[in-house]
Design a binder for this molecule. Structure first.
Ligand code: ATP
Length: 334
């Protein structure tokens, strides 16, 4: 349904998007994830026919996003991050206005307003003023607006932005409902909210480049080849000894590992591709050397870690996943 090939956008010397190739099948939800400035909006603007790429191609349902923009506008519903200011306008008038902009006739518009509000769970908002709606309510109305011309593809820019936890859950259910209706969705996010879990495929992008693309399972499997362990010690004084011991042990095994001493905690962290059986002698050695070990545990990888790992493998200077001691980690005891 959606395909980009080597899509590139340059502004003079600066490359905002670098050879992006992705493919989304009909009815799939793509989670398009990346930090601020990664190139998500650039990609979307090209897909909806608002921006010309420097090179590469993009098609939606076979229509060319660059040369066939009339068809693209019929096929695609775009929900921007910003709701916009609409004073003194009731929800029904607001939807009527956008329906008219899409060239939908008056009678059909009335029908579509009912239908889209129903899908968005916003029927009760029909007579409310749009500028008095909460962010969560606005997002529902924005979904209804995006659905007015019954597009096959919906592109939602940061739909969970500014929503409270319950509204995020509601949004997640809404995305699934839209997918069940046969819509193909691209959902962008600069954070990794629960939304990513409903995505069939995920594209992770940083600095204009695609870092990972596949199902969440595939991405997690790639990332989990490298596991992170924490050794919790009893005394701060042991930290450097234990870090040195782990580093040496890994060298002896000829196994790649990144060992970090925590500056503030009595903790040593290391990454490894070894399995439990292969790692077990390390624990035995640490104990036999008399190190006071409180815990030896694996840090489980969640989606956020997956993103940081994928991003850091190509951008090693931003290793926030391991360095931020305030970051909560789920851990299990060995
Ligand atoms: N017209 C422009 N001229 C020069 N640089 C631009 C222009 N538009 C965007 N950029 C740059 O291209 C890069 C990608 O921007 P883009 O808006 O696509 O990022 P994004 O992933 O959507 O981020 P955000 O989550 O902040 O919206 C950024 O570094 C941005 O500053």
């Amino acid at each position: 349904m959606i395909e980009t090939k080597e899509l590139t956008k340059r502004y003079d010397e600066f490359t905002a998007l670098d050879s992006l190739s992705i493919r989304v099948e009909k009815g799939q939800i793509l989670g398009f994830i990346g930090p601020n400035g990664a190139g998500k909006t650039t990609t979307i603007r090209i897909l909806v026919g608002l921006l010309r790429p420097t090179s590469g191609s993009a098609t939606i349902a076979g229509a060319d996003c660059i040369s066939d923009t009339r068809k693209i506008k019929r096929l695609v519903g775009y929900m921007p991050d910003e709701f916009g200011k609409y004073n003194n306008m009731r929800v029904s008038e607001y939807l009527d206005f956008f329906g008219a902009a899409y060239g939908i006739g008056r009678r059909k518009r009335r029908l579509r307003i009912e239908e889209t509000l129903e899908i968005a769970g916003a029927t009760y908002m029909k007579d409310l003023f749009v500028d008095a709606l909460s962010r969560g309510m606005q997002q529902r109305v924005a979904i209804a607006r995006t659905l007015m011309h019954d597009p096959e593809v919906m592109i939602l820019d940061e739909p969970a932005n500014g929503l409270d936890p319950q509204a995020r859950i509601d949004m997640r259910e809404m995305l699934l409902r839209l997918s069940d209706m046969g819509k193909t969705l691209i959902v962008t996010s600069h954070i990794l909210p629960e939304l990513a879990r409903v995505c069939d495929i995920v594209a992770m992008i940083t600095k204009g480049r695609l870092r990972a693309f596949g199902t969440l399972d595939e991405i997690m499997r790639t990332v989990q080849q490298r596991r992170t362990f924490e050794i919790q010690l009893l005394e701060t004084a042991q930290v450097s000894d234990v870090a040195a011991l782990v580093t040496q042990w890994m060298k002896d095994q000829q196994s790649e590992s990144e060992v970090q001493e925590s500056g503030t905690e009595t903790m040593v962290r290391f990454t490894t591709k070894l399995n439990d059986r292969e790692l077990s002698p390390l624990l035995t050695q640490l104990i036999s050397k008399g190190q006071g070990i409180a815990q030896f545990r694996e840090v489980t990888t969640d989606l956020e870690d997956a993103f940081l790992t994928v991003a850091n493998e190509t951008e090693p200077q931003t290793d926030t996943a391991l360095k931020d001691p305030t970051r909560p980690v789920e851990a299990k005891s060995a």
